[in-house]
Write a protein that binds this ligand. Sequence first.
Ligand SMILES: C[S@@+](CC[C@H](N)C(=O)[O-])C[C@H]1O[C@@H](n2cnc3c(N)ncnc32)[C@H](O)[C@@H]1O
Length: 188
Amino acid sequence: MSEKVIRELVRQNPGQATFEEYKLVYDVVVARAPCNLLVFGVGRDSALWLTANQDGRTVFLEDVAEWAGFARNEVPGIDVREVRYGTLRIFWHLLKYAPSTLMMNDLPDDVATAGWDVILVDAPRGTRWYRPGRMKSIYTASVLGRRAGADVLVHDCHRRVEREASDRFLGADRCVDHAGSMRHYALR
Ligand SMILES: C[S@@+](CC[C@H](N)C(=O)[O-])C[C@H]1O[C@@H](n2cnc3c(N)ncnc32)[C@H](O)[C@@H]1O
């Protein structure tokens, strides 16, 4: 059943994750569900994560107001919190020289203090030099994820910022699986 749903999502959502990438995330979430699931980024896949984490708690963080609105329209009752990143992808030097500036200190209290079991980092956008890139979301996932020993999944690790931030902050030795450019880190 899930395979059919994922194949249909890939068909309707070109240019995003592949079947194998979504399936990797889906299986990790289902294995821990019902759990606390934190997702950086909404899109046409948002309903899939709510289904995978049935009876659990799922919170989405989104920086683009139009996409937050899209998700609220498409998935009634979805819990989307709007956030700001304030970085550009070219600020890659922050990874090495100022990592503590990458913590998202203005998250809502209930997000900042929860124990997250699974964290999916699929935002913000990082395809162009003027996009935020994922240094902040990955750093923040590494801090929040250590609290409860989370499984952290990071998409688009073919890009330099995402790959280097993941290995540096989540730990290259904690990478336990991958599919395409989706990497799975286990912080346990
Ligand atoms: C890589 S996209 C997230 C894609 C989403 N996880 C999915 O698989 O459909 C990162 C950001 O781009 C925006 N976005 C979401 N879906 C998009 C789409 N289909 N095309 C372009 N941008 C999208 C949102 O602001 C999102 O936080």
